[in-house]
Design a protein around this ligand. Structure first.
Ligand code: QAP
Ligand code: CO
Length: 178
């Protein structure tokens, strides 16, 4: 197992678009295990493959309190969205910053399981918001893209400064419970 390096905004590698997974083999399982280990080690609730420079449409999520309910979405697509909500989000690629973003409270989506079998499911609340946030990553989009240019550039500067000085952000109190 391995903990992978998480790319930080404004790294342009985060703008890459993922490719659909076509082969469901052992190497896919290794990628997923490493993504889960990386997410748990960083105390995140969601991680997209693009964030660790793996150009594939893979997402791992665990919103459970005990951190023992991993969910893996392969080639996910949202097929329906309902109920606009505002949600305060953070991102492992934007450490230390939290801002309100417009999302949907209820979604329906389609994805493949580890065996490559397609399924449809419904999600709501934090889980639904997390899927929307992570699918954005697979399309090269970040939550800061929804903020004003002034705010975005200020965040970019601060993260670049922290990274150049090798400072690790201490996790702040965040609005969602994990
Ligand atoms: C995306 O975000 C998300 O700044 C997942 O210092 C966020 O796991 C989906 C984190 C909110 C829905 C709602 C952020 C950890 C984790 C930080 C995360 C940090 C340490 C963010
Ligand atoms: Co993120």
């Amino acid at each position: 197992m391995a903990i992978l390096e998480i790319l930080h905004y404004p790294n342009n590698l985060l703008r890459q678009k993922g490719l659909d997974v076509e082969i469901f083999d052992e190497s896919l399982e290794i990628i997923i295990k490493n993504m889960l280990e990386t997410m748990y080690s960083a105390k995140g609730i969601g991680l997209a493959a693009i964030q660790v420079n793996i150009i594939k449409n893979i997402i791992v999520i665990d919103i459970s309190e005990k951190r023992n309910e991993p969910v893996v979405l392969i080639n996910p697509v949202i097929t329906r969205k309902e109920e606009k909500i505002e949600f305060e989000e953070g991102c492992l690629s934007v450490p230390g910053f939290y801002e309100k973003v417009n999302r949907f409270n209820v979604i329906e989506y389609e994805a493949k399981d580890l065996q490559g079998k397609k399924y449809n499911a419904k999600a709501e609340g934090l889980f639904a918001v997390c899927i929307q946030h992570e699918i954005d990553h697979l399309n090269g989009r970040l939550f800061v893209d929804y903020l004003s240019m002034v705010k975005r550039e200020s965040i970019a500067k601060k993260i670049q400064k922290m990274d150049s000085e090798g400072i690790k952000v201490q996790r702040k109190k965040i609005p969602y419970s994990i």
